[in-house]
Design a protein around this ligand. Sequence first.
Ligand SMILES: CC(=O)N[C@H](C=O)[C@@H](O)[C@H](O)[C@H](O)COP(=O)(O)O
Length: 536
Amino acid sequence: MVSPRQKKGQRVHKQDLQDSLVVSCQPVPGGPMDTAEAVVGFARAALAGGARALRIESVAYVRAVRAAVSAPIIGLVKRDLSDSPVRITPFLSDVEGLIEAGADIIAFDATDRPRPVPVAELAAAVRAAGRLSMADCACVEDGRRALALGVDFLGTTMSGYTGGPEPVAPDLELIAAFRAMTPDVIAEGRIRTPEQAAAAVAAGAAAVVVGSAITRTEHATGWFLEAVTGAWRRRAAGDQPVLAVDLGGTKTSLALVRGAEIVASRTFATERAAGPDAWLDAVAAEATRLGGSYGAVGLAVTGFVDRGTWSAMNPATLGIPEAYPLIAAAKARFDQPVMAVNDAQAAAWGEFRFGAGQAQMHEPGSLADENGAESGTDLVFLTISTGLGGGIVAGGRLLTGLSGHFGILGLGSGGARPLEDEISGGFVAGQARAAGHALDAANVFAAAQGGAGWAEAIVQRSAARAALLTGDLQLALDPAVIVIGGGIGLATGYLDRLAALHAARPARQRPRLVPARLGAEAGLIGVAALARDRLA
Ligand SMILES: CC(=O)N[C@H](C=O)[C@@H](O)[C@H](O)[C@H](O)COP(=O)(O)O
């Protein structure tokens, strides 16, 4: 079939490729689609789908496609040479053969590598024949030289293929750099998704070439297989319980957790003076007693976890040495992947995934609903017990590192005392002692309930500080909910006190306070979910 354009002897112009999708029809060499028939089929199907031009390899395939379609053809010849790494259209005879077969644009390697024929000669031969040239470049310098030689298009084709490990993403930076040099930029190489093609346009491409994703069935199948294989592995791992450990200053709990369900658990006292090696040894021994198999280990620990190391945040809680290699030490004891996170952060995640966060999001007419689906992805968790800790989930992601360590926030008054010392159970008991009442926090609360003025004053002071904190958190992060847990936080009447203290604020500034749902198990459940998601 001879096209009307060819009949009239019309030539392809640069503008013909402006804003075009080009499909490269280059089957896997020697594969079942490596036939003229299949290449013509790919070409026609691509044009039927809206591609404006084609990229075809070899004189024979260009000839076959030319006979079938009138769309512009970028032709190239690939050769494996023993004395040059250049593969794409290395010889003048290749240029001539492609032109004779009917290619409109001739693509050739324009990298600065040993080659049989200089780029200048290839470009001149294309121009002399009245065809357009496409310089397949690997870097900005290649493009600069090619433009100086008068090539018509700069392609990013060779980026990532001149040494070193092959990247997986398109080179958007090179596209943008070329666009700063010429409008005639063809984006090519590893453009595998519609989003990447759009990104190539946004980076400045006049035309976008997609090859393997459309015409290398074997490769595209391989990408999907890799993705589903990973997903199958994750699903299988997800079905297995996680060994979750909650290591605190007074006690250590460990449990086999499946989803949000604690299948089996043990709790024992933390030997505070023994040190981290001994604490982990004890966990390993208890895990053996617990029995059962698990596919990952999640450690929720008091203190500060940073890139696999563990340090004390407040040495009075537990004397953790600076930067103890927690993940490495745990891996040496458990023959499984290990992840570690601060205990309150783990609890925040537990409440978000399975506790108060979920309840809040799914209750019809809930505040999270009223504020739109997005707001349901932000949650702050605050545990007010012997100390004060917490965690933040922002945009559906748990913030780790220092985030959520509310207990050591400074107070405005010089920051001499951490906030923890003005809110926590330690504070409540300490104040009671100072007032001549040797009671623990729970009994101070009971005394306040019973109407003892001195107890009431202490509890109210703690609540006032907590109200200040939750009000500030609402203004800083505007979470869908602030989940309050811990022995003090969940003590009868405490949340009501906070709500009453917030009543004076304008309604839209009031924190949305809800009680924690998972209790003491939030950390175990949360770290199990984190381990499952991150390690599977
Ligand atoms: C480096 C090299 O030899 N690239 C060749 C150039 O024609 C082809 O193998 C690519 O398939 C073509 O560039 C399209 O790229 P992708 O298949 O990634 O969409």
